[in-house]
Write a protein that binds this ligand. Structure first.
Ligand SMILES: Nc1nc2c(ncn2[C@@H]2O[C@H](COP(=O)(O)OP(=O)(O)OP(=O)(O)O)[C@@H](O)[C@H]2O)c(=O)[nH]1
Ligand SMILES: [Mg+2]
Length: 233
């Protein structure tokens, strides 16, 4: 019994060390990316959310409705579907496949950034792999993290995944058009997020019906202004 507990303890310590080294190495690369974006006056935005919550739909709406030039990095496990959706807009886009990994990391993003014409971009929008757990510790060098969930994942999503909401700069609760149909209480979701992260802005949207998009654009623009990143392209 004693031996078993000791074994478990050592096992946990080993995992923590490995994890610590990985996130430390990731952070170093992320800092390089942030510097590169700052030097080019680009605001980097990391979109994190559950599978199917509306990440690509939001990026599509931002491309169509925001002023300024946009470049996109699309992370997916294996497919190219989402990158294909963005390519239709004829803007710079790089698709990344993570294989078995459930999140993007700074190493992958740094390579993608090298492929982009930074002198022609005001906003770099990064779609992370659909997941609310794995991306938490992986800074991608972006200036802000937008977490997007939808009512169809259940109105207890925030309570179940506190860390990702605590790491968010903006939270979007999407698909409010179907809240009644799926029996979700969108106001409860807002309250749960605010409990976890009292200062974060929470915006309810229906990307299908164009509700809330203007608010998101205002917040993103404000983040750009706050960082003195001028739109000159
Ligand atoms: N009813 C409703 N459907 C929506 C809304 N926004 C997006 N959808 C639909 O939800 C589905 C998933 O949207 P995507 O934008 O592909 O979601 P995603 O988060 O990029 O998905 P993954 O990349 O696969 O994780 C699509 O069928 C969208 O048309 C909305 O506001 N309301
Ligand atoms: Mg997508």
């Amino acid at each position: 019994m004693f031996k078993k507990l000791g074994g478990d303890f050592i096992h946990k310590i080993a995992n923590i060390d490995v994890q610590h080294n990985i996130t430390k190495a990731n952070k170093k690369i992320a800092n390089r990316i942030t510097k590169k974006l700052n030097d080019s006056n680009i605001l980097g935005v990391d979109f994190v959310g559950a599978i199917g919550s509306g990440k690509t739909s939001l990026i599509e709406e931002l491309i169509e409705n925001m002023e300024g030039s946009i470049g996109v990095i699309v992370g997916d496990v294996i497919s190219k579907f989402d990158a294909g959706r963005i390519e239709k807009f004829n803007i710079p886009v790089v698709g990344l496949n993570t294989g078995k990994e459930c999140h993007l990391d700074a190493h992958l993003v740094e390579h993608a950034v090298e492929e982009l014409p930074l002198d022609k971009i005001d906003y770099l929008l990064i779609e992370n792999v659909g997941n609310l757990i794995c991306p938490v510790d992986f800074d991608l060098g972006s200036h802000i993290r937008v977490v997007i969930i939808s009512v169809s994942e259940g109105d207890d999503t925030a309570e179940k995944h506190p860390l990702i909401f605590q790491s968010a700069d903006l939270v979007i609760i999407n698909k409010i058009d179907i809240a009644d149909a799926v029996g979700a209480d969108a106001e409860k979701m807002v309250k749960d997020v605010k409990t976890l992260n009292p200062n974060v802005e929470v915006i309810k949207t229906s990307l299908k019906k164009g509700i809330g998009l203007d608010k998101i654009i205002n917040v993103i623009n404000q983040f750009k202004k706050d960082r003195n990143l001028k739109s000159t392209k």
